[in-house]
Design a protein around this ligand. Structure first.
Ligand SMILES: [Zn+2]
Length: 235
């Protein structure tokens, strides 16, 4: 197996994790030099991490990251997911994968000042974000497939659109939600060997059928820009 030099992020001296891998020790050291600290956003708030440990390790194949070109893909199948972890965590990997979809939002909303990007919201969760190119201090739009993920396929489909406050990242207006008109989720659990209730499937199927395409999402956002839905606090 080929070897790579990995950079880990340390925070609080406990949960270290690898964020990038490079072909040479020099490239890894250069990454550390350029990133004395890295601030990441997570469900627990903003955390400063220190990239400072370089370790040599084996990786399945030498596949340069398709998004940044410098890091190495370190997933189990680097050819299927040719992105480094750093680009995964920053959203750059999905932005690269979703380039056509992002371009559609940028074209469809040209003149609005909004620019499409992908943000990692913690864990394995992502959202597509439409925010002002200048500073990004105004309200922004967040889109997901309805379940805290983004559809990286093409054409993409959307299940949730919200207008979000930049202050606390809370929703201020709901633009679209596939689950809005569906009954609340069933509470309960299924034991080993027990059949999964039909209602669980039916809700998923109905939610999937209610997802909209990118053109429809753009139309709803353009409508909200022209005629903003009242914010939930003042409604
Ligand atoms: Zn990368």
């Amino acid at each position: 197996m080929p070897t790579a030099y990995s950079v880990r992020h340390e925070f609080g001296g406990r949960d270290d994790f690898e964020v990038a891998a490079f072909r040479t020790r020099r490239e890894a050291a250069e990454y550390v030099r350029r990133h004395p600290t890295v601030t990441v956003h997570s469900a627990g708030g903003r955390i400063d991490q220190i990239p400072n440990v370089i370790a040599r390790r084996e990786i399945p194949a030498i596949v340069p990251c398709a998004a940044c070109g410098t890091g190495l893909a370190t997933s189990k199948d680097p050819k299927a997911f040719p992105y480094c972890r750093n680009c995964f965590y920053t959203g750059q990997a999905y932005a690269h994968k979703m380039a056509r979809t992002l371009a559609e939002f940028d074209e469809g909303l040209a003149g609005s000042g909004l620019k499409a990007s992908v943000e990692h919201t913690g864990g394995g969760c992502f959202m597509l974000v439409l925010q002002s190119e200048i500073g990004g201090e105004g309200e922004y739009y967040a889109l997901t497939d309805g379940d805290a993920a983004v559809d990286t396929g093409y054409p993409a489909r959307w299940g949730y659109i919200g207008r979000i406050s930049p202050v606390d990242d809370e929703q201020v207006a709901l633009i679209y939600d596939v689950y809005e008109s569906l009954p609340p989720p069933m509470i309960g659990s299924v034991g080993p060997g027990e059949p999964i209730p039909d209602e669980w499937y039916e809700r998923d199927v109905a939610a999937d059928a209610a997802k909209i395409g990118t053109a429809e999402a753009i139309a709803l956002i353009a409508e909200d820009i022209a005629n903003p839905k009242p914010t939930e606090a003042s409604a």
